[in-house]
Design a protein around this ligand. Structure first.
Ligand code: 26Q
Length: 800
């Protein structure tokens, strides 16, 4: 959108005065932010309206991405960038003596997601709009986002994230579009005399679902999609039975809190309620829209909508869509089922068994009696149909209802036409191992969609310096098509370009060093290797392996302080699920290792360890550009994809990593020698599982280095660790090291040494860094969503 600086300044000043009855001399940052957001909203409002009109008029098929989490982070700069106004607004504000970046700090992160899965959903939202694809989000407007993490005495402490306290300028409450979602009560079927079974209900608990729409603005185009988030409220007219405080409290609780766990299935009733709540509300709104404004024949709805099930949390889409078609719109069962399968598609994000969602039949029956009947009927018909064709064992293994439980992954696969994993290795594991029985029955449903990232946020916004240097070197086409970064390869031997890249990295390190000083009071050496591991804390991600290696470096230096070592700063960011005891112990250990090392004068500035509290999207935007090395060291086969690995690559960070998830594709794309690979392969891991012959105790006893390091956890070497040291020691030596940390230790040390060696050759390092940037194109989520659009959703991009 064309906007002159003059126009902007005028609009902004007027808005500041009309909104807050103040002027530039007196306004605070909150007021400046609100006025600015309000002006920006005014700029995009008409584009939003027009694009909605365009979508309604053309009646083109749209996709709806159902996700129980979204993790957009801050919206101000991203909206400005996408509207093509970032520079104008920055300069306009400067004229008033205001720093845009200071204003942007006022905005709280929108953190209604845990980590990878939620952030992926938000990257997809950006990419859908930016590639002109009609694709919308559907989720929950949690009153409290992911907890804020404080570190007190080395321990994680959780504080509430009350992100809506100062309002949210981007959302629009649409009270007119509220719908009702019902729970519990009784249901029975009565024949209507024409052979149709009609459900009748009694004593249902009603919840009002009110949608809040947030525009998803495309990058320099005319597409504005919608992210619809539902809030639960008490309906105005309540049946007397429900006019009590407990019910009202329960109802508003529904959308109060995000579950803070990203890898563990939590079988609480409230969680199941949340799942049905946003699924039912979302599908109702979609069907109203197509019946009402679009006057579409409901029997052809699969030509107009695609619904995506992001992991199993929205799996109730399958029976709920059936319910709406059959009960509310009078579609026959068979036709409804064909339609449902055509409309739905599903992505699996993990193979960890503890994350597999299962709900007790009894619970579903009580809470969602009609949905329960429909699931039973789906299961019954499928079993009857398939038994004679494929035999009892295959049918049994893949049933939706088994052992008194409803298996949400089975429901998702059976009720949809597409099941995908999120990186090649992960998708292969689904086909070959984890979901092999399903693959035998429905081979055509299985496919891979390697994850991607919204590159605009992760370089244009997070790293303006590097973006500018790339512009100078190859022009600006890469800003619209990340594959164009390939052009950088022509500069691999160009000293000037390499120097500029090094300088940019150095400046980003200075920026992070200043933040570390401010937040942690630790002074770090900007010439050191900044080695970063930022992600949720989980045993399979093996932050512990990183910590043990740090201990090794420390003991080496203690023994020989004059050792010729490249200085290192190890930076961690990680939240642990509040109920994940072991993960919290690892946080404590890392913090006490950090205290020990940072306070030891003998290692001077050769080694520093920094745990940055409250890792979130905004902090990621500061940390990732400054990283020389990114740690992607999960046990092979456990990390479905990973996406921070792609953000690091885009910022010229070299990866030290295992052959897991998308790392494999990154190593291949970047080319040999440009990253550091180590560790067991997935086949070797599975071989150990088959043979059951892993023995961690042997490694502990036979490897003197490992022995020394592990003993440090229990012999008082690390001041101030308590039972955590013993707990971790035991997990490795007594409970046989579930994630093969000790098995991979030696090779990790070897890869770390290779890394240090390369770093001593600044030119070679800069070249490897350049090759990572030059080959990152395929990891843009623009590519990923185009693949979903072409292969799964069958939606088409708008032509500009
Ligand atoms: C389920 C039931 C009850 C409570 C919580 C949950 C729950 C919530 C979130 C389970 C899992 C999640 C999130 C999983 C996740 O983030 N997975 C990551 O997804 C990324 C995007 O595909 C991948 O890159 C990561 O590899 C994967 O770990």
């Amino acid at each position: 959108m064309k906007l002159s600086k003059k126009q902007f300044k005028q609009d902004f000043e007027e808005r500041l005065t009309s909104k807050f009855a103040t002027d530039l001399t007196k306004a605070g940052y909150q007021e400046i932010y609100d006025a600015l957001a309000s002006v920006v909203k005014h700029y995009y409002a008409n584009i939003w309206v027009s694009d909605n009109q365009y979508k309604d008029e053309t009646g083109k098929k749209q996709a709806y991405y159902f996700s129980i989490e979204f993790l957009p982070g801050k919206m101000l700069k991203s909206n400005l960038l996408n509207l093509g106004m970032l520079k104008t607004v920055r300069e306009g504000l400067e004229d008033f003596g205001i720093e845009l970046d200071e204003v942007a700090k006022v905005e709280p992160d929108m953190a209604i997601g845990n980590g990878g899965l939620g952030r992926l959903a938000s990257c997809f939202m950006d990419s859908l709009a930016s590639t002109g694809l009609p694709g919308n989000g559907n989720g929950i407007r949690y009153r409290y986002g992911l907890f804020k993490q404080k570190i007190i005495d080395g321990y994680q402490v959780e504080l509430p994230d009350s992100w809506l306290n100062n309002g949210n300028p981007w959302e629009v409450r649409r009270a007119d579009k509220a719908v009702e979602v019902t729970f519990g009560g009784e249901v029975w079927l009565e024949d209507d005399g024409k052979g149709n079974l009609i459900p009748h209900y009694k004593d249902q608990e009603r919840v009002l679902a009110v949608p809040y729409d947030t525009p998803m603005i495309g990058y320099e185009n005319t597409t504005v999609n919608n992210m619809c988030l539902w809030r639960s409220e008490v309906p105005e007219e309540l049946d007397p039975k429900f006019q009590n405080l407990e019910y009202m409290r329960q109802t508003s609780m529904l959308s109060a809190e995000l579950y803070p766990d990203d890898s563990n299935y939590d079988g609480r009733l409230l969680r199941l309620k949340q799942e049905y709540f946003f699924v039912s509300a979302g599908l109702q709104r979609i069907l109203h829209h197509y019946k009402g404004t679009q006057k579409k024949d409901i029997r052809r709805i699969s030509d107009y909508i695609a619904v995506h099930i992001n992991d199993t949390h929205p799996a109730l889409c399958v029976p709920e869509f059936m319910r709406l078609l059959v009960d509310d719109y009078g579609v026959g069962w068979n036709r409804a089922w064909d339609t449902t399968v055509k409309v739905m598609s599903y992505t699996n994000h993990t193979i960890l068994s503890e994350a597999l969602e299962k709900w007790p039949e009894e619970m579903v029956k009580q809470l969602l009696p009609r949905i329960y009947q429909i699931i039973v009927e789906i299961d019954r018909r499928r079993t009857a149909e398939l038994l004679p064709k494929i035999g009892a064992s295959l049918v049994h293994n893949t049933r939706i209802i088994k052992d008194g439980q409803i298996h949400m992954a089975n429901l998702s696969i059976i009720g949809s036409h597409s099941t995908n994993g999120v990186a090649k290795l992960h998708s292969d594991l689904l086909k070959d191992v984890e979901l092999h029985d399903f693959y035998e029955i429905y081979p055509e449903r299985f496919n891979n969609k390697t994850n991607g990232i919204a590159d605009r946020r992760w370089i244009q916004i997070a790293n303006e310096r590097l973006s500018g240097i790339i512009d100078e070197t190859i022009g600006k086409s890469w800003r619209h098509d990340l594959d164009e970064l390939k052009l950088l390869k022509n500069f691999k031997d160009d000293e000037k370009t390499l120097e500029k890249l090094q300088k940019a990295k150095y400046d980003d390190k200075l920026r992070l060093a200043a933040l570390i000083k401010e937040k942690n009071g630790i002074i770090v050496n900007p010439d050191a290797i900044f080695d970063v591991q930022v992600k949720r804390l989980h045993a399979y991600k093996r932050q512990l392996l990183n910590a043990l290696h740090i201990l090794k470096l420390y003991f080496d230096l203690k023994e020989n302080p004059e050792l010729d070592r490249v200085p290192r700063v190890f930076i961690f960011g990680a939240k642990a699920a509040p109920s994940y005891h072991y993960a919290k112990s690892i946080i404590k250990c890392i913090n006490e290792i950090a205290n020990m090392i940072n306070n030891d004068q003998t290692v001077k500035d050769k080694l520093k360890v920094v745990f940055m509290e409250n890792y979130n999207v905004s902090l990621a935007e500061m940390i990732i550009p400054a990283a020389n090395v990114g740690e992607q060291i999960s046990l092979a086969s456990k990390e479905a994809s990973g996406t921070s690995n792609m953000k690091f690559m885009l910022n010229g960070t070299l990866t030290i990593g295992t052959l897991d998830g998308a790392n494999i594709e990154i190593f291949e794309a970047a080319g040999d020698g440009n990253n550091f690979v180590f560790g067991l392969t997935k086949d070797e891991v599975y071989e150990y599982y088959r043979n059951g012959n892993y023995n961690a105790r042997d490694i502990f006893e036979q490897n003197p280095v490992v022995n020394r390091i592990l003993n440090a956890l229990i012999d008082g070497t690390i001041p101030n660790i308590k039972s955590e040291g013993r707990e971790i020691f035991d997990s490795l030596t007594v409970y046989n090291d579930e994630y093969f940390v000790l098995r991979d230790f030696n090779d990790y040390v070897r890869a770390q040494a290779d890394l240090e060696k390369l770093y001593r050759d600044p030119k070679a390092w800069a070249q490897a860094s350049l090759m990572n940037i030059a080959n990152v194109g395929r990891f843009s989520s623009d590519r990923t969503v185009k693949e979903y659009a072409d292969d799964i959703w069958y939606i088409k991009a708008k032509k500009e």
